[in-house]
Design a protein around this ligand. Structure first.
Ligand SMILES: *Cc1c(COP(=O)(O)O)cnc(C)c1O
Length: 402
């Protein structure tokens, strides 16, 4: 959670600008806000880092990905390919826009693979909601080949990959629309917040309208604005946007530190037999929020987790057993337990979610352990962590083979 490590005077200054006027909404009251437009400033900072033509700040990464899907034209009955390894918000967003999730395999990139996509594409496939996991990026050359070959709509949930890029292009900008999360656990935080990005003006315009009850934001009389499409309230508050402004300005520094720290740990741990690393398709573009290691198999990973818990090593995630990041624990989705009926329940699911066969994803995520990189780490702290992890792995592997 690098952003939260650096929370300080800059964030307080931006928030105080808003508190001084009390204008906590991004729209209206232009004469009373002392010239402060924090949501607009937040969007400008995100455009600066990503090179996106358009950025639209919203209430969360979840509402941003749902809006990205809708603005890309994905809706009721559309089959959308999704990964079984993601924060569950991706799947919720697909379901809530009325679309039908189709699960495909991820690989050692921790993202959907071109091979996985090809296996599930049918004439009914409308799009892909690609997720760039653990601060990294999917293999975009291979993915784009599939997207273009089958003329699919690509939407990117880059919830955990703000400030990541592939061959010089920010993730989130490869498809029609992309989204970043600025929740409390991401590289930069607004407390709660998300930003949609796109290079297409028409997509941006729909997102802008859709996320604010249809308001077209033309003119100075909010009550008299036109409403070209039905929308909802996914607005970000000026207080959250203010935090987002200060945090986003710190991201180039955070990414630099993260990359240095990830390189240090990678070097230290590559000496340990049994440890390998997730595939990083463009190391220069890595936001490096996580160091992702592989153990030889799931059993070895589980034993390593046990050893690390015993040794008091913190700051890691074993996603395979996580309730919110891996499909094995998503009983509520597999059984479609809903508060009220969703389109998927009326139209029928395109796959038997309870009996999916995703052996590659099971194998890859089963042996994955991710360490959150801290941008404030000292070399001594990293050396200590590396030697502890190394010892735990060695012990775990000895017990597996015993
Ligand atoms: C964090 C995250 C989200 C959701 O973001 P919130 O801001 O918490 O709503 C969506 N997708 C992915 C991949 C995420 O990691």
């Amino acid at each position: 959670m690098p952003g939260t490590e650096l929370f300080g005077a800059e964030e307080r200054k931006e928030v105080n600008d808003v508190l001084e006027t009390g204008i906590m909404i991004r729209y209206t009251n232009d004469n009373l806000r002392n010239g402060h437009f924090k949501a607009r400033d937040f969007e400008a900072e995100v455009r600066k880092i990503t090179g996106a033509k358009y950025a639209h700040a919203m209430s969360s990464g979840s509402t941003a990905v749902a809006t990205a899907l809708a603005a890309a034209g994905i809706g009721t009955g559309d089959e959308v390919i999704v990964p079984p390894f993601t924060f569950v918000a991706t799947i919720e967003a697909v379901l809530f826009v009325g679309a039908l999730p189709v699960f495909a395999e991820v690989d050692e990139t921790l993202c959907l693979s071109a091979e996985g996509l090809r296996k599930v594409i049918t004439p009914k496939t409308k799009g892909i909601c690609l997720v760039h996991m653990c601060g990294g990026m999917a293999d975009m050359d291979a993915i784009m080949k599939v997207v273009n070959e089958h003329k699919l709509i690509l939407v990117e949930d880059a919830g955990q990959a703000f400030a990541s890029s592939y061959k010089g292009k920010a993730v989130g900008l490869f498809g029609k629309a992309g989204s970043y999360s600025f929740d409390f656990f991401k590289i930069a935080t607004a407390g709660e917040g998300g930003v949609l990005v796109t290079n297409e003006e028409s997509v941006y315009k729909i997102a802008d309208v859709y996320s604010d009850h249809g308001h077209d934001h033309v003119g100075t009389n909010r009550g008299m604005e036109n409403h070209p499409v039905i929308g909802f309230n996914y607005r970000i508050s000026e207080l959250h946007a203010a935090v987002g402004v200060a945090q986003t300005r710190k991201v180039p520094f955070i990414r630099q530190k993260n990359q240095e720290h990830k390189a240090f740990l990678t070097k230290a741990l590559s000496q340990t037999p049994g440890i390998s690393f997730a595939k990083i398709c463009d190391p220069k573009g890595d936001s490096a929020t996580f160091l992702n290691i592989f153990l030889p198999d799931t059993e070895a990973a589980k034993r390593t987790v046990d050893e690390m818990n015993k040794a008091g090593v913190g700051g890691f995630n074993y996603w395979f057993l996580n309730m919110y990041h891996f499909i094995n624990q998503w009983d509520h989705i597999k059984e479609l337990k809903t508060a009220s009926k969703l389109p998927v329940q009326v139209l029928g699911a395109p796959q038997d979610y309870k009996n999916l066969s995703l052996p590659k994803s099971q194998e890859v995520i089963g042996r994955l352990i991710s360490f959150g990189i801290r941008c404030t780490w000292t070399e001594a702290e990293m050396s200590d962590l590396a030697s502890k992890v190394s010892a735990c792995v060695t012990k775990a592997l000895a017990s597996v083979h015993a």
